[in-house]
Every structure is written in structure tokens, then in C-alpha cells.
Design a binder for this molecule. Structure first.
Ligand SMILES: O=c1ccn([C@@H]2O[C@H](COP(=O)(O)OP(=O)(O)O[C@H]3O[C@H](CO)[C@@H](O)[C@H](O)[C@H]3O)[C@@H](O)[C@H]2O)c(=O)[nH]1
Ligand SMILES: [Mn+2]
Length: 746
């Protein structure tokens, strides 16, 4: 990774200046990036000059339409390329010094921290993992009495609450244990999976943890809380709330359970424990619940009623804390007086554990979660990534200079709660604001809180906050602050990316479009940077074009690119190698292995052929009013067989899915085209040879990228191979496409 040089900080100015909380260093690549952007722009202009010329001199309709298709595709690629330059204009690296924090603020004056953890389905998100996430933050190196953890359970599941009743008891042992032994990994599951130091104390804690885990998993597996676990008052009382008639996941009253109260509950050494509150908001099939954004807004209000801490950390249930000092790092920015006036949030990168060696599904999303935030940070800051983000509560209520107060006084960001969280009036307010009709005719979701209207509530919320004038900071310490799960099979990956694609289009084509409203509110580069993602899915058009058109033309011996001897050929080479080369370089500079870069560019093609294309279609369908699937939660579970295949880097197809059909179809067309093209090239000494070389090479490259598809169709017998139904449908489709194309291209 590129190591930023430390700021020149001499002893002389160290003595006079206040203690340093953070530094900023512009990347050394900046001027190179800018120069390259200028050259590449000229090349793009030249390309469009050629396209226009070819278009105007088309001799027949076929060549006109072929050129027009390439023109449109290249226009989209050029737009995405241009918007991506925003990230390259001023990348910056930051460093923070948490050790200096105590010189600036007394420990007793540190702000309160409300942590929000979202979960939505006990079967896709095992409650024991959610518990591990919660324990990892409850054990932060931060004054315990200042931490409150709120768990939002959109699955409305008694099993999740049961897991947290257990967790509350275990916390009384786990927290002092971590502190006493200065444990780095405070997620018990992770800790016991490492080479920990053996001692009788550790063994006792481990037995305690294992027995809790066993009970929690048993409850989820059997689907009931058996009598033997239902003996204590706390469990019985908590679970009794599910005994109401007609309690279902989609239809139930609010359940709020205070599991730990810092004023009452102590750990085994007598220290207070952090607050721990379980919240399952009211649900009704007739009221929209706005998925995760809705869940977060309920937590914003419930926490406002109970503790109203000025700093909020949002976490997905699978993102545990990997570094107990993280809140102090975030505070190095939040408490910096120079930043205070308009700092909205501090975002940490999304990092993952359990990726296989070459990260076959490119789930690391290095650009999205690391490279691009560094780029945004030199402008007005990274986008909100949904998890691992410390907000100032105030930033959720209007712009820096225009406070928009919530409808109830008690919910204002600067209100001080001076009652315990179990006080009847506090609980009453908390229940009231968690109701499913509470938001009707209020500004929640439109002007305050997390914003509604997009399946990527994180992107949209961060974007709207930026437009309001908030800035953000990207905090990227060497030790990962948070570690999360990735989806382990291809269908989950593609479904997740399709959801993102749709959500992003919802922003792109809304009245807050990044390209109009965004540019106007945040300036050209930020607007472009946001557009890079908003219009993500239209990449389906150029990717599909380049995966089908040259190949179908090759099959019909029609040349669509310049000959090798043509000077324009060099332009094509420059455009292709320039873009790929720069991308590779950036990937490697940010610590990526070449093998992972290969997976990444392969998944780019695969996404283009499947989830971008389907996302685009589904968005259009949705726009004309036909209901589509909402937020489909990604499964965090994997079986042993699948896990073994994943470890070996073998692609998982297995089940039939439309998302695989288009991909397989393109793979088949490319292979046929490559073989036939190659044979023709060798056998036939035709005059067109030179004109087809580029098509042949491109097809060869796509065939190389599709190797896992061919293996899954023909060479595997395990359960993850391609379903016969998918292969047959894709073959039929490929033949049909070939037949139709041949009619025109011959
Ligand atoms: O109705 C819902 C749906 C989801 N979730 C929670 O949202 C989180 C993210 O869901 P997941 O299925 O893991 O989605 P991913 O695609 O992996 O998540 C990415 O993309 C989401 C937006 O699509 C962001 O919210 C996430 O923070 C970001 O990590 C999880 O904790 C869920 O429990 C809810 O609370 N309520
Ligand atoms: Mn997730």
C-alpha cells in the first residue's frame, strides 16, 4: 500500500500547537492522475471523431446500426470513465492520533455513544453472530457507562431476543475478561478461533460461551425455546411478548426490552455494564416499513428517547468490531474543533474476513470500499457505506446551519435525557415512536433521519447529507476497525449487486439525481463521483454489447474494428490498455494481489451480463408501477460442502436462476465464436483476416473470463455445477440470438 509521508511536524511547532489529533496528506499520484486524464480525454475525443465519421459514411443499414450500437456503448463507457475521474483528482490519506485525545478532552467528558445494530432474519443472520457483533462493541475501550447498544430486529424473532438475554448474562463475564487481559479480538467467536493464551480463566469463559452458543443455536434449529431454557424470569418475561394472537414477522406490536441498564447492572467485578436494548418495531402489512432505513430511523428515535447520545455508530449485524480503540479514532475527527462545524460522519472501510485467496466473487469491492472513498475524501468526503460509520446525531436533522427539529421536543438532537431508560415515561415514548404509523405526515425519511426511496439507503442518505452541506471523513487505519461477512455463493452475490443496481438507479432517476441536483449542490466533481455509482447499472449496455456484437459479427466474418495496420488500431489499443492498466495499477497500489484483480475484472463482466442487466430491467418494470422484490437480505450462512468449494475457489452455481442464463448464453456464444473464428483464421486465407484479429482477441479474453462457466457446464459433477435447466435454456437462447443476428449481419 502506498505509505503517505508524515506531515512535517517539527519539535518547535509541536511545543506551541495544540496536541495533534489528525493529519492529512495528499496522494503522490495526484498529478500523474490528472495528466493521464487529460491524455485519455483526447483519445476519447478521437474515438468519437472516428465513430461519427464511420456513421456518416455508412454504406448500408447494417453497418450504420453496428456503428450506432458501438457509439452508444462507448458513450456510456466514456461517461462512467469521466465520472470516475472525480476519485482521481485529489485522493488524500489521513492519520489520527487517539493517544493525544486525552490531552484534549477528559475521559469523563467524552461524548455518549449509541450503537445501532440491524438484523432482519434469524435464519439468514444467525442470532449468535448478531450477539458476537454486539459483544464486540460493548467491550470497546471506552467508558462503559457512555455506551448504549440498540439492536433492531426486523425479523421480529423471539429467538433473537432469547439470544440477547443470554448475551446480557455472558457480557458480565466477557467484558471484564477482555479488559483485564487486554484482548484485541473482542468478538468471542473470533477470539476462541485464534491461538489464545490458555489459562483456567480462559477455559471457564470458553465453556460459558460454548454453552450459550449451543443454547442459542439449538433454539433456532428446533424453532422453539424449550422448557429447560425457559426457567428464569428474564427469559419468560421477554418471550411472553410473542404469545399475542397473530404475532407474525410482518404483523406485530412493538417489542422493546431493556436487557442491561448501566445504572443497575454490574459485571462480575462490580463495574457497570453498558446499556443493551432490544427493539423490534411495530409492523403491519398495511404500512410501509422502508426496510433498513425504516429500522434505523426507529432506532434514532428510540435511542433519542432513552439516551440521546451525540454520536451514533451504525453497524450491520455481521460487522463486528475488530479494534477496541475505534471510537477514539473516530473522535479524533469528531472532536477536532477545526472540523466541528460541518462534519457529519466518519466512515470506516468495509473489510471482510473469510474471503478466499483469489476472492473469486470480487466481494472485497476494493474500489467501492477503499480506493474511491480515499478519492472522495479529498473533495467533500466519502459516502456513507451502511455500516462502520460514526454519525453526529445532529447531522441527521437538517444541514449544518439549518436544524430541522423532529416533531416531538424530546427527540431533538441536543436534548438531555435525565431519567433512567426503564422509567415508565421513557418506555412509553420509546414505544410510541417505534409505532408503524408514527412517521405519517412527518419529515422522517424525507428531510430527517435515514432517507427513503432507494434500496441503497446508505448511498442515498450519505448523498442527501452531502447535498445539505455536511462533509465526511474516511478513517482507514492499518488494523481493520470492523470485519464483516461476504456472501459465499454466486447467486447471493449477484442478487445483492442487483439490489444495489436498482437502488442506485432509483437515485439516478429521481428528482435528486446526482447529475443535476447533485452537481448543483455539491459541485462538479462530487456530483460526478456520485454519478459514477448512481448510473452503475447502465454498464450493462456496453458490457453486453462487447460480449455479443463482436462475437456474432466474427461468426459472420464481419469486421467491426479497425485493421491491425490501420492507425486507428493504435487508438483502440491505447484506450483499452490505458483503462485496464490504470485500473490494475490502482488495485495493486492499494495492496491488492494481481490474482484478485483478475477476479475483480471478471466479476465486472459477469455483473454486466447478469445483475446490471436484470437490475436495469427490473428498475424499468418498477418505474411503470409493477411491484418487484424489495430488500432481499443476504444470507450469512454456508453449508460445509459449499464452504469447501468456496475455499478451493470453485464457482457455485447449483440452483437454476435467470441471473445465470444470460451469463451462460454469452459464454456459449463467445466460445463458439472463438473456436469458429480461430479455425477460419487458420484455415481460410481470406482477405478479412487482419480486420477480424481484434474481435478474435477480445473473444478470446472473454472466453478466458468465462472458464468457470464452461467448467460448471461440462466438467463438474458436484452440487455446485450448472443446473441442466440453465444450460439448456442458455443454449436455446444462444442459438436464437445467433440465428437472428445472422439474418442481419450476413
Ligand atoms: O428490512 C430490512 C432489511 C435489511 N436489514 C439489515 O440491513 C443490513 C444489511 O443487509 P444485507 O442483506 O447484509 O445487505 P448487504 O447488501 O450485504 O449490505 C450492503 O448494502 C446495504 C444496502 O443495500 C447496506 O444497508 C449495507 O450496510 C451494506 O453493507 C443487515 O444488517 C440487515 O439485517 C434490516 O434491518 N431490515
Ligand atoms: Mn451484508
Amino acid at each position: 500500500m502506498e505509505k503517505p509521508p508524515l506531515r512535517d511536524y517539527t519539535a518547535a511547532n509541536a511545543a506551541s500547537a495544540p496536541p495533534l489529533l489528525n493529519t492529512l496528506t495528499p496522494s503522490r499520484r495526484t498529478s500523474l492522475n490528472r495528466a493521464f486524464a487529460a491524455i485519455y480525454t483526447c483519445a476519447i475525443v478521437a474515438l468519437f471523431y472516428r465513430h461519427t465519421q464511420t456513421l456518416l459514411s455508412s454504406k448500408n443499414l447494417v453497418s450504420f446500426y453496428v456503428t450506432l450500437t458501438l457509439f452508444v456503448s462507448d458513450l456510456i463507457l466514456a461517461f462512467i470513465w469521466a465520472s470516475g475521474q472525480a476519485f482521481r483528482m485529489r485522493p488524500v490519506y489521513r492519520k489520527e492520533f487517539p493517544e493525544n485525545l486525552e490531552k484534549v478532552v477528559k475521559t469523563s467528558d467524552l461524548p455518549g455513544l449509541d450503537v445501532f445494530i440491524c438484523t432482519a432474519d434469524p435464519y439468514k443472520e444467525p442470532p449468535i453472530s448478531v450477539v458476537n457483533t454486539a459483544l464486540s462493541v460493548m467491550a470497546y475501550d471506552y467508558p462503559t457507562e457512555k455506551i448504549s447498544v440498540y439492536v433492531s430486529d426486523d425479523g421480529g424473532s423471539a429467538f433473537t431476543l432469547f439470544a440477547f438475554v443470554e448475551a446480557a448474562r455472558f457480557a458480565a463475564h466477557w467484558l471484564p475478561f477482555c479488559r483485564k487481559n487486554d484482548i484485541a479480538k473482542r468478538n468471542p467467536d473470533e477470539y476462541f478461533a485464534t491461538d489464545y493464551k490458555m489459562s483456567s480463566e480462559t477455559e471457564d469463559i470458553k465453556i460459558m460461551y460454548e454453552s450459550m452458543k449451543m443454547r442459542v443455536e439449538h433454539v433456532v434449529e428446533t424453532g422453539k425455546i424449550s422448557e429447560e431454557y425457559n426457567t428464569s424470569d428474564d427469559v419468560r418475561q421477554a418471550v411472553s411478548q410473542w404469545s399475542i394472537d397473530g404475532f407474525t414477522r410482518q404483523n406485530h406490536p412493538t417489542v422493546i426490552q431493556v436487557l442491561l441498564d448501566k445504572n443497575k447492572d454490574k459485571d462480575i467485578t462490580g463495574n457497570s455494564l453498558p446499556n443493551l436494548v432490544y427493539v423490534s418495531r411495530q409492523k403491519s402489512e398495511t404500512s410501509p416499513h422502508h426496510f433498513k432505513a425504516g429500522a434505523l430511523n426507529v432506532l434514532v428515535r428510540v435511542s433519542a428517547a432513552m439516551t440521546n447520545a451525540p454520536v451514533i455508530l451504525t453497524l450491520d449485524c455481521d460487522m463486528y468490531s475488530n479494534d477496541p480503540t475505534t471510537p477514539l479514532r473516530a473522535l479524533c475527527y469528531i472532536l477536532d474543533p477545526e472540523m466541528r462545524s460541518n462534519l457529519g460522519y466518519v466512515q470506516f472501510p468495509q473489510e471482510y474476513h473469510g474471503l478466499n485467496k483469489s476472492d473469486i466473487y470480487a466481494c472485497e469491492h476494493k474500489r467501492l470500499f477503499k480506493v474511491h472513498p480515499v478519492g472522495y475524501d479529498g473533495l467533500s468526503g466519502p459516502n456513507y457505506l451502511g455500516t462502520g460509520c460514526f454519525f453526529r446525531r445532529r447531522a441527521l436533522c437538517g444541514g449544518p446551519s439549518t436544524l430541522i427539529s423532529p416533531e416531538i421536543d424530546g427527540l431533538c438532537p441536543d436534548c438531555v435525557v435525565n431519567q433512567p431508560l426503564t422509567a415508565p415515561s421513557v418506555l412509553e415514548l420509546a414505544h410510541h415512536v417505534a409505532g408503524c404509523n408514527y412517521e405519517n405526515q412527518t419529515k422522517w425519511g424525507s428531510k430527517i433521519g435515514f432517507r427513503y426511496g432507494s434500496l441503497v439507503e446508505d448511498y442515498y442518505t450519505g448523498y442527501r447529507m452531502k447535498c445539505e452541506g455536511w462533509r465526511s471523513i474516511f478513517c482507514y487505519p492499518e488494523t481493520a476497525a470492523f470485519l464483516g461477512d461476504v456472501p459465499f455463493n454466486l447467486l447471493d452475490v449477484l442478487s445483492q449487486n442487483k439490489r444495489w443496481a436498482i437502488g442506485l438507479l432509483e437515485v439516478a432517476f429521481s428528482r435528486y439525481s446526482t447529475i443535476t441536483f447533485g452537481v448543483k449542490s455539491m459541485g462538479l466533481f462530487m456530483g460526478l463521483g456520485y454519478s459514477y455509482y448512481a448510473f452503475w447499472a447502465i454498464l450493462a449496455i456496453p458490457i453486453t454489447t462487447y460480449c455479443l456484437l463482436p462475437q456474432l459479427a466474427l461468426l459472420n466474418e464481419l469486421s467491426i474494428f479497425p485493421k491491425v495496420s490501420d492507425p486507428w488500431f493504435l487508438l483502440y489499443m491505447f484506450l483499452f490498455l490505458g483503462a485496464y492498466g490504470q485500473d490494475l495499477l490502482e488495485f495493486v497500489v492499494h495492496g491488492g494481489a494481481i490474482q484478485r484483480w483478475w477476479s475483480d475484472q471478471r466479476m465486472w463482466i459477469m455483473r454486466g451480463l447478469s445483475c446490471y442487466a436484470f437490475g436495469l430491467t427490473e428498475f424499468v418494470v418498477k418505474s411503470i408501477g409493477i411491484p418487484t422484490e424489495g430488500f432481499n437480505v443476504t444470507s450469512k450462512i454456508i453449508n460445509d460442502e459449499q464452504s469447501k468449494r468456496y475455499e478451493q475457489g470453485v464457482f457455485e452455481f447449483g440452483v437454476p436462476s435467470p441471473l445465470f442464463v444470460t451469463l451462460t448464453m454469452a459464454a456459449i456464444i463467445n466460445l463458439s465464436s472463438f473456436i469458429i473464428g480461430l479455425v477460419q483464421f487458420i484455415v481460410d486465407g481470406g482477405s478479412n483476416k487482419e480486420g477480424l484479429i481484434m474481435q478474435l482477441v477480445l473473444t478470446g479474453l472473454i472466453v478466458m473470463n468465462c472458464l468457470p462457466v464452461y467448467q460448471a457446464i461440462a466438467l463438474r459433477s458436484d452440487k455446485g455445477k450448472m443446473a441442466t435447466k440453465t444450460t439448456v435454456t442458455a443454449t436455446l437462447l444462444a442459438s436464437a440470438v445467433y440465428a437472428v443476428a445472422s439474418l442481419f449481419l450476413k
